[in-house]
Design a protein around this ligand. Sequence first.
Ligand code: 3PG
Length: 307
Amino acid sequence: MKKVLVATEKPFAPVAVNGIKTVLDEAGYEMILLEKYTSVDEFKAAAAKADAMIIRSDQATREVIEAAPSVKIIVRAGAGYDNIDLQACNDKGVVAMNTPGQNSNAVAELAFAMMLYSIRGAFSGASGTELRGKSIGIHAYGNVGKYVAEIAKGFGMKIYAFDPFVKKEDIEKDGLTALDSVEELYKTCQYISLHIPANDKTKKSINYDLLKQMPKKGMLVNTARKEVIDEEGLLKFMEEREDIRYVSDIAPDTRADFEAKFPGRVVFTAKKMGAQTSEANINAGIAAAKQIVAFFEKGDVTFKVNK
Ligand code: 3PG
């Protein structure tokens, strides 16, 4: 009987765990549940018993992968797979997958929740501002970016996007203005919503030189990864420009500095919660379980991310 470890330091909603279990039960697989674990050793010990793993932002490092000799597939229930050591997967013959699109709406909704919370003075009763008529720049037009665009339409915003991997006509057919460069996006838009993955090319790419082009009363909205921000550059920029705000679902490493220096201008969630809804958990968790079953039963590698 195949054993599938669901290792989630930040647990799925119980309804999603039930859904995953149902999919695995129907396939005749066993689910091992490891939630809110507090050490790598706990994760390694559970992984050692498994044939497959479903994870979220849990760190599938070389150490964990090597501690799990029977694991043939790791599915990241979500979009970003920067938490999986793909080289270690390749070395060990492990297939790594993600579940693209399954939690995207939840992340997009949180981007707007953070924007509104910030421009309405943290719901303090103070007079704020509105989104209608303002410009928003979507930095990377993938699954989350598309939902952000859809929601922004409802708010009556002027919507721009830049994505070097998406054809301009594909962006424009959705009613957005596609820009030719990232610089143009940051120069044009008051609100910038980040949706780039964290990889060697993007890490620290949101730097002082890029940010300094932002128009008056600009806001950087980060529901992507903290690693893409050059924190020193952002600090310098916000020190120079008192009109700028930063809202992020992934607090910076220097969170205390940001909060001390820029009261009222930064919003950070307590814990990354963009994908933390029942719907997103159900969609991503069940997709992950189905992908594991399809992999073992039919050799299906549709969502494989390691080459
Ligand atoms: C993702 O990459 O799918 C999101 O960042 C969600 O991450 P989480 O599953 O750890 O909440």
